[in-house]
Write a protein that binds this ligand. Structure first.
Ligand code: ADP
Ligand code: MG
Length: 504
């Protein structure tokens, strides 16, 4: 039940991974945007630079070039030697040399670089001045212009560092023809390219600062997210533990409930059994009372008749005397059965009186046959009992007759008594060395009509129990059936009288 914790841990881990991916993805996208932005910024600067160069060049072209005093940095252009007015002298005698637009621009580009270290370039696949010959990247760009492209702008490596290189085609205009006519150009042709290379270092510096700020911000948000997640994870685990505890408690409660149901069911079954027993007894009662009444008189008559015959037939032969005895004995057995039946169902209220244990036991031993050795263990100091002596005689007689019947080949019958002073009771034991009982027999003991004997009627124990209980006592049986622990013991516990008196 508690073992859902791994699932919770897995979900927490998944949430952490998902949160990290979201924050990481956002940061990645921001870095990408910054990179794009810095390229756009660099391109913007490149275009401004190129526009400025084109403006200068157009201005110079519109004037057919400009004349400047020749000097160390501006010697007469040898590639313009074919132009008649390349060098002129002013009316005051000052010499001037023609700077064509390309020459002018190249000088500006080489001598005055921009604030970011931009490098302007003027180049052509067919240059007048070999210094204007393109490098590999420029050659490829110039060829693409011939295909119709109007601007090429790319990040490219120069001496191991990234630069943004931008170039636009340079279209032949009327002003160009003066210097480039002998190369066969016409107005509208791609003459070459005008471009600039800007080091990305500065933009990267700005971008790196922005990235650092963003990374810090994202880091803070990521950690804050993890803290919130941790808080919820703790709550989830706590909640889970509480639920598990509740489930455990419910489980225990269920078990307790089940045990109670079982106990109550057992109680109910016992009550039901008792009810059945009582019902059986009640039914038996009816039959017993009717049959008892019907049989008592004929049995009495028969008994009288036998007595009469035995008295008058003093000289009867041996067989006749024997049969008369049999009849007499069987009448006695029948009378006992009838008496048992009546007793079983019709316990008259006990009339308790003080009586000693010896007085209770002695009369019950008269019927014990000689084959059974009787051992008595009755201390003289025992208190007297307060019971209905007739009823307890009957109960003990029933127990003793069972013991005798359990020892058909003889044995020992031990009768003992002990006092339980705190409980104010005396326990009598009737112990035999007879056949004993099986567990199944023990289960059915004290049930009316339960007997294992061919001529038994199964009422002796019921009567004994009823009589003892009516006198405020209890009967318990312990019996073994194994060869080592054979025999049966019935213990009868009875209430002692308050006065301590054994001398009667
Ligand atoms: P009955 O003697 O008519 O059979 P009881 O109620 O006296 O009826 O006894 C019921 C049964 O209990 C007996 O049939 C017998 O199986 C068993 N029983 C009672 N007392 C003993 C004993 N001392 N030893 C062995 N079995 C006994
Ligand atoms: Mg019996």
């Amino acid at each position: 039940m508690l073992n859902n914790t791994p699932e919770i841990r897995r979900n927490i881990l998944l949430a952490i991974v998902a949160w990290s991916l979201i924050v990481g993805g956002s940061l990645g996208w921001a870095f990408f945007s910054i990179n794009q932005e810095s390229i756009k910024l660099a391109q913007h600067e490149a275009r401004a630079y190129i526009n400025k160069d084109i403006a200068f060049r157009n201005w110079a072209a519109s004037h057919g070039g400009v004349y400047v005093p020749p000097g160390k940095t501006t010697p007469p252009n040898p590639y313009l030697a074919f132009i008649p007015d390349r060098d002129v002298t002013t009316t005051s005698g000052k010499t001037l040399t023609l700077m064509n637009p390309a020459y002018m621009l190249r000088e500006m580009q080489s001598r005055f670089s921009g604030p970011s270290g931009e490098r302007g370039r003027l180049t052509s696949l067919n240059p007048l001045n070999p210094d204007n010959a393109p490098d590999a990247w420029e050659s490829r760009a110039l060829l693409r212009f011939e295909q119709g492209e109007t601007e090429i702008s790319e990040i490219s490596d120069i001496a191991g560092a990234p630069w943004l290189r931008t170039m636009r085609p340079f279209i032949v205009e009327q002003g160009c023809i003066k210097c480039h006519s002998q190369q066969g150009y016409r107005v509208g042709d791609v003459r070459g390219g005008i471009g600039v290379a800007i080091p990305m270092k500065i933009f990267h510096g700005i971008a790196d600062q922005a990235k650092l700020n963003l990374a810090t911000g994202h880091g803070v948000i990521w950690i804050a997210g993890l803290i919130i997640l941790g808080f919820f994870a703790r709550r989830a685990i706590q909640h889970h533990a509480e639920r598990a505890q509740t489930e455990e408690a419910i489980h225990k409660l269920n078990e307790a409930l089940e045990t109670r149901v079982q106990e109550r069911t057992a109680q109910l079954t016992a009550t039901q059994d008792a009810l059945v027993r009582r019902e059986k007894l009640a039914m038996l009662g009816q039959v017993a009372v009717n049959v008892g009444h019907e049989l008592r008189n004929p049995l009495g008559a028969m008994s009288n008749a036998v007595y009469f015959l035995q008295t008058v037939l003093t000289d009867a032969d041996e067989t006749t005397s024997e049969y008369l005895n049999i009849i007499k004995n069987e009448i006695a057995v029948s009378e006992r059965i009838v008496a048992d039946l009546m007793d079983a169902v019709r316990t008259s209220p006990p009339q308790p009186a003080t009586v000693t244990v010896a007085e209770l036991i002695d009369p019950t031993l008269r019927d014990v046959p000689a084959s059974v050795t009787v051992k008595l263990d009755i201390p003289e100091t025992l208190p007297v009992l307060r019971v209905d002596a007739q009823q307890i005689h009957q109960a003990l007689r029933n127990l003793i007759s069972n013991s005798v019947e359990a020892m058909p080949d003889g044995g020992t019958l031990k009768i003992s008594a002990v006092e339980n002073a705190p409980a104010k009771t005396i326990t009598l034991s009737v112990q035999d060395t007879g056949v004993g009982m099986t567990a199944e027999q023990l289960d059915h003991l004290f049930e009316p009509l339960f007997t294992t004997k061919a001529r038994g009627i199964g009422l002796g124990l019921v009567v004994a129990k009823n009589l003892v209980e009516a006198n405020g006592g209890t009967v318990v049986c312990r019996s073994g059936f194994s060869p080592t622990d054979k025999g049966t013991t019935f213990t009868v516990t009875l209430p002692a009288a308050d006065e301590k008196n054994i001398s009667t």
